[in-house]
Design a protein around this ligand. Structure first.
Ligand code: ATP
Ligand code: MG
Length: 242
């Protein structure tokens, strides 16, 4: 049996952006949000994306997440050109390989934690019994065993974000995209969420790309990419956090 890992074979590119631009609006109202971004994210990385408001962080996350398309340039996911995919193929890529966590949690309010976590599995056509089983395991992995039947309104902000993380990882995505996941939480709760993301990165090998405004949260990442005016202004790797 041949066993390979990233450490033996060197970095394996997961996401590549080449000359990616995004212009919103047209004519005199044209607003360039990205002005030619080149970026490679390797399998297993934990990347923090930082930069001033309006610098293009969410725009680049939406493009990586197949929620939006570039105006120009190339996006490769595991060497496959995403620009050549049709709408259905992009939706498949999103469902099978990408998990999302947002600042506002984005949970269904009248629906239990368990059902919220099951949602991506319904889209993937997984049977009810297996769905329940996988969703329970995901909730346990974020420390919410026993809270399965509570609705978001019955949970604290930190717990709601844990449900959102369980929902994002339940389908075992290659990448977790998190846009200011701790933006609505106090420092103690934010640090707990970061510990959780860190453990998924280390133990499950999930690649994480996370937008944050806070240096305290970015410290958990091993690479920090700084955006400025729609371009990458700095890209630094460091060793273990701390
Ligand atoms: N749907 C849209 N239509 C028009 N302009 C947009 C749209 N989305 C973003 N923009 C513009 O593109 C630029 C980049 O926005 P983006 O949301 O990517 O910034 P950001 O770095 O995420 O900022 P923040 O830190 O405030 O979240 C901004 O000037 C913004 O106004
Ligand atoms: Mg943003």
């Amino acid at each position: 049996m041949i066993v390979t890992s990233a450490s033996e074979t060197g970095p394996v590119p997961l996401i590549e952006l080449r000359g990616v631009t995004k212009v919103y609006g047209r004519g005199s109202a044209a607003m360039p949000a990205l002005r030619g971004v080149d970026m490679t994210i390797n399998e297993g990385e934990f990347v923090a994306v930082m930069g001033p408001s309006g610098s293009g962080k969410s725009t680049v996350m939406n493009i990586i997440g197949c929620l939006d398309t570039p105006t120009e340039g190339k996006y490769l996911f595991r060497n496959a050109p995403v620009g050549a995919m049709n709408r259905n193929q992009r939706a498949m890529l999103r469902r099978q390989h990408l998990g999302f966590v947002f600042q506002g949690f984005n949970l269904l309010n009248r629906t239990s934690a368990l059902e919220n976590v099951e949602l991506p599995l319904i889209y993937r056509g997984i049977r009810a019994a297996e769905r329940h089983n996988l969703a329970r395991k995901a909730l346990t992995s974020v420390g919410l065993s026993g809270w399965e039947h509570h609705t978001p309104g019955e949970l604290s902000g930190g717990q709601q974000q844990r449900v959102a993380i369980a929902r994002a990882i339940v389908s075992q995505p290659a990448v977790l995209l998190a846009d200011e996941p701790t933006g609505n939480l106090d420092t103690a709760r934010s640090l707990e969420i970061m510990e959780l993301l860190s453990s998924f990165n280390k133990e499950l090998g999930v690649t994480i790309i996370m937008v944050t405004h806070e240096a305290d949260m970015a410290r958990f990442a091993r690479r920090v990419i700084q955006f400025r005016d729609g371009l990458i202004a700095a890209d630094e790797r460091h060793g273990e956090e701390g």
